[in-house]
Design a protein around this ligand. Structure first.
Ligand SMILES: [Zn+2]
Length: 126
Protein backbone atom coordinates (compact mmCIF):
# COMPACT_ATOMS: atom_id res chain seq x y z
CA UNK A 1 0.00 0.00 0.00
CA UNK A 2 1.21 3.46 -0.81
CA UNK A 3 0.36 6.58 1.18
CA UNK A 4 -0.84 9.55 -0.85
CA UNK A 5 -2.22 12.92 0.14
CA UNK A 6 -5.37 14.17 -1.57
CA UNK A 7 -4.48 17.39 -3.43
CA UNK A 8 -7.89 18.85 -2.55
CA UNK A 9 -8.72 18.04 1.09
CA UNK A 10 -5.14 17.10 2.11
CA UNK A 11 -6.29 13.94 3.87
CA UNK A 12 -3.93 11.00 3.62
CA UNK A 13 -5.20 7.90 1.90
CA UNK A 14 -3.72 4.55 1.04
CA UNK A 15 -3.81 2.76 -2.25
CA UNK A 16 -2.38 -0.38 -3.79
CA UNK A 17 -2.54 1.21 -7.22
CA UNK A 18 -1.00 4.70 -6.93
CA UNK A 19 -1.04 5.32 -10.68
CA UNK A 20 -4.76 4.54 -11.05
CA UNK A 21 -7.19 7.45 -10.99
CA UNK A 22 -9.45 6.91 -8.01
CA UNK A 23 -11.72 9.19 -6.00
CA UNK A 24 -10.53 10.38 -2.60
CA UNK A 25 -12.43 8.51 0.17
CA UNK A 26 -12.99 11.81 2.03
CA UNK A 27 -14.01 14.32 -0.61
CA UNK A 28 -14.40 12.35 -3.85
CA UNK A 29 -11.73 14.30 -5.73
CA UNK A 30 -10.26 12.08 -8.46
CA UNK A 31 -6.48 11.93 -8.60
CA UNK A 32 -3.51 9.58 -8.83
CA UNK A 33 0.17 9.77 -8.06
CA UNK A 34 0.57 11.38 -11.49
CA UNK A 35 -1.67 14.31 -10.61
CA UNK A 36 -5.23 15.53 -10.38
CA UNK A 37 -6.67 14.63 -13.77
CA UNK A 38 -6.10 12.30 -16.63
CA UNK A 39 -6.13 15.17 -19.08
CA UNK A 40 -3.20 17.50 -18.64
CA UNK A 41 -4.77 20.04 -20.94
CA UNK A 42 -8.03 21.88 -20.74
CA UNK A 43 -10.53 21.62 -23.57
CA UNK A 44 -12.13 24.93 -24.45
CA UNK A 45 -14.93 25.55 -26.93
CA UNK A 46 -13.59 27.93 -29.54
CA UNK A 47 -15.25 28.42 -32.90
CA UNK A 48 -13.16 30.46 -35.29
CA UNK A 49 -12.45 30.37 -39.01
CA UNK A 50 -9.31 28.53 -40.01
CA UNK A 51 -7.65 27.15 -43.09
CA UNK A 52 -6.78 23.50 -43.47
CA UNK A 53 -3.67 23.29 -45.64
CA UNK A 54 -3.66 19.81 -47.05
CA UNK A 55 -1.64 18.60 -49.98
CA UNK A 56 -1.68 21.61 -52.33
CA UNK A 57 -5.04 22.88 -51.19
CA UNK A 58 -6.23 25.33 -48.59
CA UNK A 59 -9.71 24.52 -47.35
CA UNK A 60 -11.72 27.09 -45.38
CA UNK A 61 -12.86 25.38 -42.17
CA UNK A 62 -13.96 26.11 -38.65
CA UNK A 63 -12.46 25.07 -35.33
CA UNK A 64 -14.80 23.52 -32.74
CA UNK A 65 -12.62 23.41 -29.67
CA UNK A 66 -9.01 23.57 -28.60
CA UNK A 67 -6.93 21.79 -26.01
CA UNK A 68 -4.68 24.19 -24.26
CA UNK A 69 -2.28 24.50 -21.41
CA UNK A 70 -1.22 28.05 -22.11
CA UNK A 71 -0.19 27.03 -25.57
CA UNK A 72 -2.48 25.16 -27.94
CA UNK A 73 -1.80 21.47 -27.85
CA UNK A 74 -4.65 20.01 -29.86
CA UNK A 75 -7.76 21.07 -31.70
CA UNK A 76 -10.91 19.79 -33.30
CA UNK A 77 -11.81 21.16 -36.69
CA UNK A 78 -14.97 20.84 -38.78
CA UNK A 79 -14.23 20.57 -42.49
CA UNK A 80 -17.18 20.99 -44.84
CA UNK A 81 -15.74 18.47 -47.22
CA UNK A 82 -15.15 14.74 -46.86
CA UNK A 83 -11.38 14.71 -47.23
CA UNK A 84 -9.70 11.33 -47.39
CA UNK A 85 -7.26 11.83 -44.56
CA UNK A 86 -5.27 9.11 -42.88
CA UNK A 87 -4.65 8.89 -39.16
CA UNK A 88 -1.19 10.23 -38.41
CA UNK A 89 -1.16 12.26 -41.61
CA UNK A 90 0.38 15.70 -41.32
CA UNK A 91 -1.69 18.72 -42.20
CA UNK A 92 -1.10 22.38 -41.53
CA UNK A 93 -3.59 24.70 -39.88
CA UNK A 94 -3.76 28.42 -40.22
CA UNK A 95 -5.90 30.16 -37.60
CA UNK A 96 -4.52 33.67 -37.06
CA UNK A 97 -7.18 34.52 -34.45
CA UNK A 98 -5.80 31.68 -32.31
CA UNK A 99 -2.22 32.71 -32.99
CA UNK A 100 -1.64 29.71 -35.22
CA UNK A 101 0.33 30.59 -38.33
CA UNK A 102 0.54 27.48 -40.46
CA UNK A 103 1.13 25.21 -37.52
CA UNK A 104 2.02 21.60 -38.28
CA UNK A 105 -0.46 19.08 -36.87
CA UNK A 106 -1.22 15.41 -37.28
CA UNK A 107 -4.60 13.73 -37.57
CA UNK A 108 -5.51 11.80 -34.43
CA UNK A 109 -9.04 10.82 -35.44
CA UNK A 110 -11.71 11.75 -37.94
CA UNK A 111 -15.45 11.38 -37.92
CA UNK A 112 -17.98 11.85 -40.71
CA UNK A 113 -20.43 14.70 -40.19
CA UNK A 114 -23.71 15.46 -41.95
CA UNK A 115 -21.64 17.81 -44.05
CA UNK A 116 -17.98 16.89 -44.36
CA UNK A 117 -15.86 15.61 -41.50
CA UNK A 118 -14.75 16.49 -38.05
CA UNK A 119 -11.07 15.92 -37.29
CA UNK A 120 -9.06 15.77 -34.11
CA UNK A 121 -5.58 17.21 -34.50
CA UNK A 122 -2.48 17.21 -32.36
CA UNK A 123 -0.14 20.16 -32.75
CA UNK A 124 3.40 19.00 -33.53
CA UNK A 125 6.42 20.71 -32.07
CA UNK A 126 8.95 22.31 -34.34
ZN1 LIG B 1 -9.85 14.46 -0.64
Amino acid sequence: MERMVCPKCKNPCYTAAPSAYLPCPYCGFVFSIKGPTRRAYERIRKEVDCLVLWQDRSIPSRTCDIETNGRIYGLRVAVREALSLKEGEEIRIKAPSLGLEEVKTCVVWQRPQSQGISIGLKVLNG
